[in-house]
Ligand binder design. Sequence first.
Ligand code: AHR
Length: 791
Amino acid sequence: MRKSANVTIHADKIRFPVSPTLYGLFFEEISHAGDGGIYAELIRNRSFEDTLVPDRCHVENCKLHSPAGWVSPFEHTDPIPGWYTQIPEGCEAEIKLDDALPLNETNPVSLRVEAASVPHGRVSVCNTGFWGIPVRSGETYNLSFYGKKADGYQGELEITLEDRSGNIYASGSVTLTSGEWRKYELTLESDGDDAEAILAFSTRSAGTFWLELVSLFPATTFLHRKNGLRPDLVGMLQQLKPSFLRFPGGCFVEGFSVETAYRWKKTIGDLSERTSHWTLWQYRTTNGLGYHEYLQMAEDMGLHMMFVVNCGLTCQGRPGEMIPMEDLSEWVQDMLDAIEYANGPVTGYWGSLRAKNGHPEPFGLKYLEIGNENFGPEYNLRYRVFYEAVKEKYPEIVTIWNTHWEVGTETKGLPVEIVDEHFYADNDFYQQYHDMYDHYDRSGPKIYVGEYAMIVDNKSGTLLGALSEAAFMTGMERNQDLVTMSSYAPLFANIHHTVWDPSLIYFDGTKVYGTPSFHIQKMFGEHRGEYVVDSHVATESRPAGLYGGLGVEEKALDRIQDLVVSNGSETLLRLNRLSGSQPQCREFHGTLLIGDPSWSQYDVSIKAILGSEGIRLRLLDRHLPWDKQNYLLWELDPDGESRLVRIVGWSRVKLAPNRKIAVREADWQHMQATIVDDTVKCFLNGELIHEYQSAPIPYLTSVSTLDRKAGELIIKLVNPSPYLLETEIHIHGAGTVPVQGIQTVLTSRNPKDANTIDRPESVSPKDSDFRCDDGVYPLPPYAAAILRIKI
Ligand code: AHR
């Protein structure tokens, strides 16, 4: 099946330089991205704290209950995960967590090993690592731990890397010499390869001893740094040619309670001084990959640094806890100190601490995001305080407003430099709204698309998902005077504990692969060019499909009456009052879903009192679960501010200009919406206030940039359709240019094709020469192509 398309490029019409920071990395401690991931520590549960329940929380039936009532999995049937004993028959031993006489305040429990009887053989306490300790022949491993012994125990420990049947790859020994905590260190060299080895501490004599902070690192870390990173995972990041690193999240920054919020000061210094904490991603982080290491990681990769600071709000969706405004100063001070730690002189307190931690030179932290996905009046208030504090002391720091559920550049009159927008949506969303930024106000803040990914029915990270993102990315590139930064999210997932799909890069202890989205990010990151040039696409398209029923918030039901839905002369539904027991009404998590999700053309009218909360009327609601939700939302605030937006997945796009209408909260308002063909109109008391015409979904999207140094035109073409697109390429303003050069093409036979840990390169780009004598480039179905043409 073929279709034709047309791309016209004016190589001499430069629109603006490319944004040097357009592509960056979003790093979050999620799905073991850090611990058990890029942080090269090989010991799981090294401080024996993995099952500690966070303060003010409780656990019931393997579920953690937060102080605010959020419930999440806490599946620890084993009190000491990662550790087990090997006790030969005839020997007696047990291990348990011990909170008596801990190493220090930040390490509240240790492991007590009581070998009551060892008449023969050896009693061992073993660590399994993060789903296996990977060892390689010839590689050196640096072990350190704190230990102490009870009176009467002679203290000799054999320490081995071995397999589960006792075949030894490396061995050494340590004698515990004291009843007080002491640090012991040992180097082990493996003489074998094993992806799932264990570390064993063995004793051949009876006695009691304790272990704490057991740490094992391969000598080979990225740039051979101590407490460093896995080189293979860093290598994947480097392939993306990123320009900045955002850290450490994501919701990880927010936490679900004050105690689980990210506090950078607890993550620096000697490992024994750091506090671990439970994350909202269902595991405890050691914070071994701490604030200093994030800065170091960015520096070592040559990236700008972006720290996301908790602004005194935990994740409001879980639900949140708020630091009262009168107590906010401690949190504001933490932020200022974070900047001082990163950038201040060694003569100051924080700069000298940085030097003590191994980095006398300032790091050069550049960006600071105030909060993550916080919103509403609570955020606005806190944002202002944080913003003003930064700008007063560090005016050079570029601040970012973390808008999530707001729309675009609406920043409530607050001073904003950059807005962070997040999109987790379906294929159609990214393809249809590829031109979203064409319509944004240029006089407002810059845009950072800080998180985005195609998430609907896309757990494996498919080619089609990647192509939809690519279509959207052509729009970002065409508007990079405005969209100056972006980062796909999340970045990493360990296949053994993945809490969010898709992620960009999956790995286990030894293997790693990128999804098709990884390859798109890499292709776009590698071929940026220097200037965006004028280009136009003519393409066929498919209808976006406007259909769906209605929905209103249940809390507004007693302020709504006289619902009438009709299609021409046919009345589809008439209800004087709304409730879950009325015909064609269904309650769903606080929303009353009304009517038939297959409705397409209709006229709906209600009478409503705005009250103190306003009215939110869902139109064209497909009545889908919340991660796939898809509807238009007409929001009418009590003060008469009216918005028409589209909600898809966890994404929101503005469909028409906001309006402010004079209304009285207590009066009945007449809200009416008509849907005819592809046009939606909203009338308030008879006055047309919003009009939106849904655009069709194009088969082809494109952007062109110029690489002057290389003397090349870079044309990006994205085709998520099932058609081969015979694409006529017209290049103007550069003399006669044959359509030939080098192409990088990502495609596969099936749009649902994905990569896996065993087939990591199933969907991967191919480079080759190309030449189109007739100027018609055959863009395969389900493909993204980047053409480099000499001009
Ligand atoms: O990327 C995963 C999560 O999605 C992030 O933690 C959060 O910011 C967003 O909701």
